[in-house]
Design a protein around this ligand. Structure first.
Ligand code: NAD
Length: 456
């Protein structure tokens, strides 16, 4: 495949104005909705093959999100594309000012393997809604999902508008040799830096949706069983392979044992005594990730679980009870079903520990104490927070989703996807008849300084 030719074709198509036409954008989104619905069952099967996701989990965490994003974009693209008026100071009268969104042009979207279909198609919906063309590269580590994404895209779009290019690092590296008008990358922080560097060469704007260690703080006096249930939900969805999964727990020392017991009880209630036999408990994506996660399990500190089966890429829900952060598991994003649990005595320790690490994508807080909640929300930097729950912040399309610092740059979902894929042109339009500025702006200014100071 000649990638340069393909990108040139997309640029030519973009320059023809076809993809910018708002009616065309909506038609294309409607077409994507029809074709996606046609292949919904195949998508669910592919997610089962790649990650062992159950039908229900695949439906709730990928299909529903794509459908909702499509519905929202179809309903609102016309409104989002309109110019937005902004106020004009009286001193500049008579004039009007507005911001006009325009598509960037040829965009590159690169997606990861953990929610392989949603994380490819959701940014794509934003790119189309904003009027761009797109080259999408799905992840090679979720091959069945990559095939179905490519099938949907090739049936839905002309390649000069949207194309899916399958492949691994070599293909991605080749794609990055070329110039785009926008790059939207979802993946790990280290690889994100590769994309940022490539983008910098052409001053290409980016969205980087990255990962990191998202803490989960559990204060004293909370409803322990309900808290544990909500943590187990967020941690073990997709077997811990979610960018927003609670990475580690910081629990008030007075309730640490109660929490561990409640976590065990809820894991057993949700996945049974032996999750290895449960087909609703997903699997680790690859042997490489299996080995990496197992190497993070410090046998001395296992409080629950710790079982694995490489042939089945199975790692059981595992808790690691730690007395200090001095353990290799606290140095990198876990991205698997292993949950370190540390305790604290006062909330300042929590702030110091979280601030000693890179800024997280998510912060989870379980507390009844408003002061503690406000203290953490105001004094810690994070992409998004969720109070008294885990992961569900992601499902609200009115809340932009993205990180800060090492967890990412920019955000998307709903209208924010449209905004991410649009450049807003600032336009100032002046009347040719009435001009208040004429009294101050034209030289000669001699003798007018005090008058100008008074009115400007
Ligand atoms: P990854 O960074 O390894 O891969 C992401 C994509 O980049 C893949 O398509 C891959 O082919 C490509 N790629 C990998 N190495 C490359 C290189 N050297 N040069 C060019 N392209 C390269 O990430 P992953 O393992 O697929 O996903 C897991 C990571 O993604 C985790 O860190 C997770 O937190 C993060 N993530 C973030 C979000 C989010 O929305 N913020 C969502 C899901 C996953």
């Amino acid at each position: 495949m000649n990638i340069l030719r393909l990108i040139n074709n997309q640029r030519e198509y973009f320059n023809s104005g076809q993809s910018r036409d708002v009616k065309f954008r909506i038609e294309q989104l409607k077409r994507l909705k029809v074709i996606f619905e046609k292949y919904e069952d195949e998508c669910i099967l592919a997610l089962g093959k790649d990650l062992g996701k159950s039908q229900t989990e695949a439906y709730l965490t990928e299909v529903v999100l794509i459908r909702d994003e499509l519905k929202m974009a179809i309903r609102n693209t016309k409104k989002w594309s309109k110019p937005k008026r902004v106020p004009t100071p009286i001193i500049l009268a008579v004039a009007s000012s507005y911001r006009q969104p325009e598509p960037y042009g040829v965009t590159l979207i690169v997606s990861p393997w953990n929610y392989p279909i949603a994380l490819g198609l959701m940014p794509l919906i934003g790119a189309i809604s904003a009027g761009n063309t797109a080259v999408l590269k799905p992840s090679e580590l979720a091959p069945a999902s990559s095939v179905i994404i490519t099938k949907i895209i090739s049936e839905c779009f002309r390649p000069e508008h949207v194309i899916s290019i399958e492949g691994g690092v070599e293909v991605a590296t080749e794609l990055l040799q070329h110039r785009y008008d926008y790059i939207f990358f979802t993946g790990g922080t280290k690889v994100g830096q590769v994309y940022y560097e490539a983008a910098a060469k052409n001053l290409t704007p980016v969205t980087l949706e990255l990962g990191g260690k998202s803490p989960c703080v559990v204060d004293k006096k909370v409803n322990i069983n309900e808290t544990a249930k909500r943590i187990v939900f967020g941690k073990y969805l997709n077997c811990g392979q979610s960018c927003t999964a609670p990475d580690y727990i910081l629990v008030h020392a007075s309730v640490k044992n109660d929490l561990i017991n409640a976590l065990k009880k809820n894991v057993i209630e949700m996945y049974g005594e032996n999750p290895e036999d449960n087909d609703e408990y997903p699997r680790i994506i690859s042997d490489g990730h299996f080995d990496r996660i197992c190497s993070l399990i410090d046998e001395k500190h296992i409080a629950f679980g710790g079982n694995s089966n490489k042939g089945k890429k199975y790692i059981s829900p595992t808790f690691i009870a730690l007395d200090s952060t001095d353990n290799s598991i606290m140095n990198e994003e876990i991205f698997g079903p292993v949950l370190p649990i540390l305790s604290f005595k006062n909330i300042d320790e929590v702030k110091t520990l979280i601030k000693s690490k890179e800024r997280p994508l998510a912060l989870y807080i379980f507390t009844k104490n408003k002061k503690v909640e406000n203290d953490l929300l105001h004094n810690i930097s994070f992409g998004g927070a969720c109070v008294n729950d885990t992961m569900t912040q992601y499902a609200n399309p009115n809340l932009p989703f993205g990180g800060v610092g090492h967890s990412g740059i920019g955000d998307y979902h709903g209208e924010y996807s449209f905004k991410s894929f649009s450049h807003y042109k600032s336009i100032f339009k002046k009347s040719m008849t009435i001009d208040f500025t004429r009294f101050v702006r034209y030289a000669p200014w001699k003798g007018k300084f005090n008058f100008i100071k008074k009115i400007v």
